[in-house]
Design a binder for this molecule. Structure first.
Ligand SMILES: [Fe+2]
Ligand SMILES: [Fe+2]
Length: 224
């Protein structure tokens, strides 16, 4: 009998599991509360294989666990630093580059592969949504959490989670339009770079949203 985690746990193990879940196209951020067995069934994945991959990743991570940080043990201030420093700054750096690159690839190769124009359009939509979202978190939500202005914090966090669901849906649609980020044989370096960078953006955003939904939010919304 395979031991199946009922949900993605919020410790160093989840940091080890994130790449495995992303590789299997399992949404562990917005839909991270669902039993793994149900998710595998819906996606047509072999549950035992996924669990085996997760166990291997956790074992590898455990061997270097001395350096690993359990995000739940951090203060809220330190947790917010862990969100902004790698994830928000990564997006601020990457989004303009991706918009330019997606527009170029769509313009150059759109006649041969029309879906690339849709990719460029969806990248624009995602970037505009994320820009507003990041600005709200950095200028309104995170300062409110740090100043313990609790009156509206719960409502703001629920709104944050709702926006995460929208971002998760946009990422899924983008992946679909981009053929799972696999460039064809004839794809040029720009095409390949775009697919690779979109894949990285997806993985980073899933981890980012996971931390906000499952480590930060439950501190203020206990039933989340
Ligand atoms: Fe964020
Ligand atoms: Fe967020």
């Amino acid at each position: 009998m395979v031991a199946v985690p009922a949900r993605v746990v919020h410790c160093f193990a989840s940091q080890a599991c994130a790449p495995v879940l992303a590789r299997h196209r399992i949404d562990y951020c917005c839909k991270g509360q669902r039993p793994l067995a149900d998710v595998c069934h819906d996606l047509g994945l072999d549950l035992r294989g996924v669990v085996s991959d997760l166990e291997t990743a956790i074992q590898r991570r455990a061997q270097t666990a001395v350096q690993a940080t359990d995000l739940r043990s951090l203060t809220t201030r330190a947790l917010i630093v862990k969100i902004i420093a790698p994830h928000h700054q990564y997006l601020h750096r990457t989004m303009p580059f991706l918009q330019t690159l997606a527009a170029k690839v769509g313009r150059v190769h759109g006649d041969r592969e029309p879906s690339l124009r849709e990719v460029a359009r969806r990248v624009d939509q995602l970037v505009e949504t994320l820009r507003v979202h990041l600005a709200e978190e950095e200028s309104v939500l995170f300062p409110a959490l740090l100043e313990d202005r609790s009156a509206n914090v719960e409502a703001m966090l629920r709104a944050m989670r709702h926006e995460h669901e929208q971002v998760g849906e946009m990422l899924w649609q983008l992946r679909t339009a981009a053929a799972n980020y696999v460039a064809p044989d004839w794809g040029c370096n720009s095409y390949r770079t775009l697919m690779k960078e979109l894949s990285v953006l997806e993985a980073d955003t899933l981890e980012h949203v996971h931390i906000e939904n499952h480590v930060l939010l439950p501190r203020y919304v206990p039933t989340a």
